[in-house]
Design a protein around this ligand. Sequence first.
Ligand code: TMP
Length: 391
Amino acid sequence: MGLKKFLDLGKQPIANGFLYEDDKSSEYFFNLGVAFDGDTKLVTQTEYVDGDLMFNDDYVYRGSMSKTMRDHFYSLSNYLKLAYPESKVLEIGSNDGVFIKNFNPKNTVAVEPCGNFAKETQELGYNTYSEFWTQILADKINMEHGKQDIIFSANCICHIPDLDQTFKAVESLLSKNGVFIFEDPSLAEVINNNSYDQIYDEHPHIFSVIALDNLLRRNGLQITRVENLSVHGGSNRIFAKRIGSKIDKTVEQNKAYERILGLDDLDTFKRFAVKVEQSKDALVRLLTNCKKQDKKVIAYGATSKSTTVFNYCGIGPDLIECITDTTPEKQGKLSPGMHIPVVAPGNEIDRSVDYAYLGAWNFISEIKDKEQEFINRGGKFISHVPVVKFI
Ligand code: TMP
């Protein structure tokens, strides 16, 4: 059956490519098309962006910017230390160290191609390789540190175009009973929430359990357990081991649920594409009405997800005045493609703001807790997830 395209999200920039005024003329764009692979059931992009254009020394996404994610990795680390004591841990995509910092540097290895973040964990004493994850790197780590008992990766495996190479390299570096644990946004949740904004350059694939098991199995691994997580708008934590290992009931439960949702069927994605188009029309209509009523609308969270939404829907500074974000590396710059100014929070979610579009809708509880004053004086959030509405 091969690859069948079902969605076109149009011309898109590098999702985390926040830029200065002077860099506008050299901004990079690509066409964001999404397809279903009838053989593996993988949802994947029709064109992959070169890794160096996204993950380099100017990378701006910091995993530790939300309390939700800091807490999430802290409790996972505690669980892993208890469940797999004395293990050697390798993390693929260690970012600013939000996960690995919970472990003793002595027994850990980190991999992070973005030099700015690799340097941060190196300075704390971690063995961080500032390279992309490849078989060559896995062989080098094997030589220098030996086999690894836990290979962990969060929001990174779905960033890598070549999954066969990725999984083969993992399999080659795992110790005999080692476990590969990785978490990424769940395709089931994307379909349930119409959260098409999970699709951007850094997410060449959106994973179902069905597709992942097909891909892992052809590389010597199989899924042994699946945990459904609420983070990042709904993610799955996948536990995989060598073929022949014991499999728990969560694997078949998740696959059965995904079959009910139709994640193994192209028609499901064709219906999703229609809903995405409707979501775009509704969001543009709502923001245009706000503008007509002279309301001040900003966005909350300069996320990569909002890059997809703003560029796909054609939403620029005429509809959204500015975006607030806590990340120092994004502040004072323009959002990719649509060039909405990014500012530090505190100054903008002030008394003059009527509505705030939630770019970081996945952190809604944390944000609501922080912004009680805005809510109490009648300020409203806007989201497109799962349908366009005021909150
Ligand atoms: P993410 O959804 O891709 O993790 O990105 C979340 C972005 O939102 C990140 O740039 C940090 C920012 N953010 C805020 O500005 N304020 C907040 O309260 C939270 C939770 C996140």
